[in-house]
Design a binder for this molecule. Structure first.
Ligand SMILES: [Zn+2]
Length: 302
C-alpha cells in the first residue's frame, strides 16, 4: 500500500497516547518488559525502516529484546494493551549491527521516506522523531543553564538545578489557500525545484490570531489583502516540530507585489491549472503527503 492520498501525512490518529501512564514509571517499566511491547529503534532522529515488498516497514524489537546500550527511550502510547516505545541510539554511525536482527534496512531521513511508509506508521514515527529532535536540542535549561533530565516517559524535561519544567515544543505555521475570482494564489521560492508551486505559509507570531497571521503573511509575501479567513485542516510536520494549520482566505485585492526576500514568484491559477499541477506536468504542487496538496484538492473538487 502506498501513501493514502485522502489525508496529509502524519494525520493518522496513530496510538492511544495513554498520557495518564506517563506519570506511572512502574507501569511504563512493566509495559516495556512485556513480549508484546514494541520498541522502534532510531538513530539520532531517524527511524529504522526495513525494506518490504511494496513499502518500507517500521521495524520494532519486542520489549525484552530491544538492545539497551547508549540509548534513550520514550513512551509513545498503547496499541490495544501493548506498549509502543521508541529508542534512540547514540554513536557517530548508524547502529546497523544492533538492528540487523530486524531485517535489512536503514535509518533514512523520514521526510524522504514518507511516501513509502503506511499512514499509521508515519504518524507513530513522526511523533517519535519530533520528540527525539526536541530532547537532543534541550540538554540544558533555558532558565538557568543547568542540566535537564527526561521525565514523564519522555514528554517533559526537568532542570536538576532550578526545577524548571520544559515541554516538547510545537511551532504553529499557517498555510493558506488564498482565493479570488475563481483563482488560487500560489507562490514559489527560489530554492525550490523550478517547476514547484505551493500555498503561501508562515509562522504565527506571539500575540497573533491564526486569521491575522494569514492576512499578514499573504500581504507581506505577495502584497494581496485578505478578508474572511476560515480553518480547513491541520498537519503535524515533525521536521522538527511544526504544526501546519491549513486555512482558506478570501482575497480583497488581485494585484500581486512579491517580497523578493520571501518569494521568487507568485501567481493566480485557475482550477484547471491547479488540477493539472496536482497530476504532474510542467508545473507541479507538493505531493500528497503535504497539506498544501489537500488544500488544493478540496478546492479543485468544488
Ligand atoms: Zn534550570
Amino acid at each position: 500500500m502506498r501513501f493514502h492520498a485522502d489525508a496529509p501525512a502524519f494525520t493518522d490518529p496513530g496510538l492511544d497516547r495513554a498520557d495518564a501512564l506517563r506519570r506511572a514509571p512502574d507501569k511504563i517499566a512493566a509495559l516495556l518488559a512485556r513480549p508484546d511491547a514494541r520498541v522502534h529503534p532510531f538513530w539520532r532522529a531517524s527511524p529504522y525502516l526495513v525494506r518490504g515488498d511494496a513499502q518500507a516497514v517500521a521495524a520494532a524489537f519486542s520489549g525484552p529484546e530491544a538492545p539497551q546500550p547508549d540509548a534513550f527511550t520514550v513512551f509513545l502510547g498503547l496499541d490495544g494493551d501493548a506498549g509502543v516505545f521508541a529508542r534512540s541510539y547514540g554513536g557517530d554511525a548508524p547502529p546497523l549491527g544492533l538492528t540487523a536482527a530486524l531485517g535489512a534496512g536503514d535509518f533514512p531521513d523520514l521526510r524522504r521516506a514518507i511516501g513509502a511508509v503506511a499512514p499509521r506508521d508515519a504518524a507513530i514515527l513522526g511523533t517519535a522523531r519530533s520528540l527525539f529532535a526536541w530532547h537532543h536540542k534541550h540538554p540544558f535549561c533555558a532558565n538557568c543553564g543547568g542540566a535537564t533530565q527526561s521525565a514523564l516517559a519522555g514528554w517533559k524535561r526537568v532542570c536538576g538545578a532550578c526545577g524548571a519544567e520544559h515541554f516538547p515544543r510545537v511551532d504553529p505555521v499557517v498555510i493558506m489557500r488564498i482565493e479570488h475570482d475563481e483563482r488560487v494564489l500560489l507562490g514559489r521560492q527560489a530554492s525550490w525545484p523550478p517547476e514547484m508551486w505551493s500555498c503561501l505559509a508562515g509562522y504565527v507570531e506571539p500575540g497573533e490570531t491564526l486569521e491575522d497571521a494569514v492576512r499578514r503573511e499573504t500581504f507581506e509575501e505577495a502584497g494581496v489583502e485578505v478578508g474572511a479567513v476560515a480553518y480547513v485542516e491541520s498537519q503535524p510536520w515533525p521536521f522538527p516540530s511544526s504544526m501546519m494549520i491549513g486555512m482558506a482566505g478570501q482575497a480583497l485585492t488581485h494585484d500581486i507585489r512579491i517580497d523578493p526576500h520571501e518569494l521568487e514568484d507568485a501567481r493566480w491559477f485557475t482550477r484547471d491549472e491547479a488540477r493539472r499541477m496536482m497530476s504532474g506536468g510542467d508545473a507541479v504542487v507538493p505531493r500528497a503527503a503535504a497539506i498544501a496538496y489537500h488544500l488544493l484538492r478540496r478546492w479543485t473538487a468544488t
